[in-house]
Design a protein around this ligand. Structure first.
Ligand code: PGA
Length: 230
């Protein structure tokens, strides 16, 4: 069975108190989820919660690895407001780069994203690089590609996740130009529809946003993914 990746993206949600509630809730499923094999679950909280979540993963032995949602293109230095890759590496092993919300809301272009990938790799971080279709350029050195059609993100209430067969066709094309890199699908993934995605031969996992915010829903999603994964 191919390895399965689930990368939960909290986006700009959760205070420390809310993160505590999430950890309390998720830890109830810890033993059960630890017994599942073949799945790597990455959780990506905002910067402010990386330290807390890292401590809890360690203390409670949660079956999670930690990721950040962005990284500075710069090393340490006089770059007010930036968080550099070495600072992230103190807590996390992964980073998301190129999410469509940052491309759209912060205007991040390909050349900036390539600099972020270089900075992340230099510090020893693994990179989950998001693309919005098969034509988007992928910089050298990324570890996983996330295919996320922007129209399907946060659209779960309108029933607009991309059809799994359509997502599969795009992932096949992404793999054709980026061989040997796992490709995940993101966009309104839930415990109910996850099985359709992870059963596709060219989809190696998923990136749930909204469905990662509630610990019970997230645990259900991980269980459903593993149970329906071929
Ligand atoms: P969503 O987000 O699951 O809430 O649609 C996915 C993502 O943007 O990573």
């Amino acid at each position: 069975m191919k390895p399965l990746f689930i990368a939960g993206n909290w986006k700009s949600y959760k205070t420390l108190a809310q993160a505590r509630e999430w950890v309390d809730g998720f830890s109830k499923y810890s033993d059960e989820l630890k017994a599942l094999s073949g799945v790597t679950t990455i959780i990506c909280p905002p910067y402010t919660l990386l330290s807390y979540v890292a401590q809890q993963i360690e203390a409670l032995q949660l079956p999670l690895v930690l990721g950040a949602q962005d990284v500075s293109q710069f090393d340490e230095g006089a770059y007010t407001g930036e968080v550099n890759a070495s600072q992230i590496k103190e807590f996390a092993s992964w980073v998301i780069i190129g999410h469509s919300e940052r491309r759209r809301n912060l205007g991040e272009p390909d050349d900036l994203l390539a600099k972020k990938v270089r900075a992340a790799k230099k510090a020893g971080l693994k990179v989950l690089y998001c693309v919005q279709d098969e034509a988007v350029w992928v910089p050298e050195g990324v570890d996983i590609i996330g295919f996320e059609p922007p129209w399907a993100i946060s659209a779960v209430s309108h029933g607009r996740a991309m059809l799994a067969a359509t997502a599969e066709r795009v992932c096949v094309q992404i793999k054709a130009t980026n061989p040997a890199i796992p490709v995940l699908y993101g966009g309104s993934v839930t415990a109910e529809n996850i099985g359709e995605y992870v059963n596709q031969p060219s989809i190696d996992g998923v990136i749930p946003g909204g469905a990662s915010l509630d610990p019970e829903k997230f645990a259900n999603l991980i269980r459903a993914a593993v149970n329906s994964h071929k």
